[in-house]
Design a protein around this ligand. Sequence first.
Ligand SMILES: C[C@@](CO)(OP(=O)(O)O)[C@H](O)COP(=O)(O)OP(=O)(O)OC[C@H]1O[C@@H](n2ccc(N)nc2=O)[C@H](O)[C@@H]1O
Ligand SMILES: Nc1ncnc2c1ncn2[C@@H]1O[C@H](COP(=O)(O)OP(=O)(O)O)[C@@H](O)[C@H]1O
Length: 280
Amino acid sequence: MTYDFQAFPAPAKLNLMLKVVGRRPDGYHLLETVFRFIDFCDTVEIAVTDDGVVELVNPIPGVAPESDLTVRAARALQAASGSKQGARIRLAKRIPMGGGLGGGSSDAATVLLALNRLWGTRFSRERLMELGLALGADVPVFVFGRNAFATGVGEELTALELPEAWYVVIHPGVHVPTAKIFSSPLLTRDSKPSIMRTLETTQQRRNDLQAAVSAEFKEVDSAIRDLAKYGPALMTGSGSCVFLECESQDQANTVFRAVSEKYDGFVAKGLASHPMFDKA
Ligand SMILES: C[C@@](CO)(OP(=O)(O)O)[C@H](O)COP(=O)(O)OP(=O)(O)OC[C@H]1O[C@@H](n2ccc(N)nc2=O)[C@H](O)[C@@H]1O
Ligand SMILES: Nc1ncnc2c1ncn2[C@@H]1O[C@H](COP(=O)(O)OP(=O)(O)O)[C@@H](O)[C@H]1O
């Protein structure tokens, strides 16, 4: 059986700032963060079938196919819409896993956006965002499709216009479990929420999770110190990746050349919106 696959992009994100401003009664932390999409992407290929079966044809080593976020996203849309169609999914992973770059969440959002079209489900963006939130706190912003200021656990979103920028992103080579950092005694949990949502507010270069991660993971601490030699380096999300914003591609390439002897990583351009934004 040969399938007719179509390819869809799933971009990575950076958290340009992240504050922990409180805690919900269920223990989840309330955040304030700025999500920026970058042009470093996974590719999700999808073939629609009429057999009702959802299957990931090339599972990621170490991730059970049934718990892969692409499969869970397709099944969630199938259950909510009652669609009788199926999908074969093929994933080309480039985004490092557990790096705070949101790869799994982005893959899930791309599946929701693509299948909504391919299956003719015609759910609204808001409905897809709700389905996405049940899969993970980072999924809604990828469905939203615009760079955004986020509050709540990351699901209350306000679109942001961000200036052109390039990013040097380095991977310290460790996997930081998100849950471990949110339960750390070193975590600041009471940062003051921002009153204004201006560009200046969102450009505060801080990540409240960084101190706890640096204390537990020396590799992340070293990566921040090494990149900070070139400018204000910051960790994204709950780590482990660390990035530096640059005004030009040349500047980013120069910094990357200097750090790439020691670290894996890449240079990426900040996007104005998600590459599937107009097509949802
Ligand atoms: C912190 C962010 C910022 O983008 O980073 P990254 O995951 O991208 O690094 C995200 O909000 C991460 O959201 P998400 O990826 O859904 O988190 P999960 O893996 O589901 O969270 C694992 C655990 O961390 C804790 N957790 C997570 C998010 C949150 N706002 N408060 C929490 O206390 C909870 O104990 C949860 O069970
Ligand atoms: N399609 C997927 N891509 C990446 N990770 C996935 C996927 N599906 C499930 N996961 C699980 O989600 C975890 C977090 O992945 P990811 O979104 O890449 O990182 P982060 O949350 O740090 O940004 C992975 O370690 C993996 O166990």
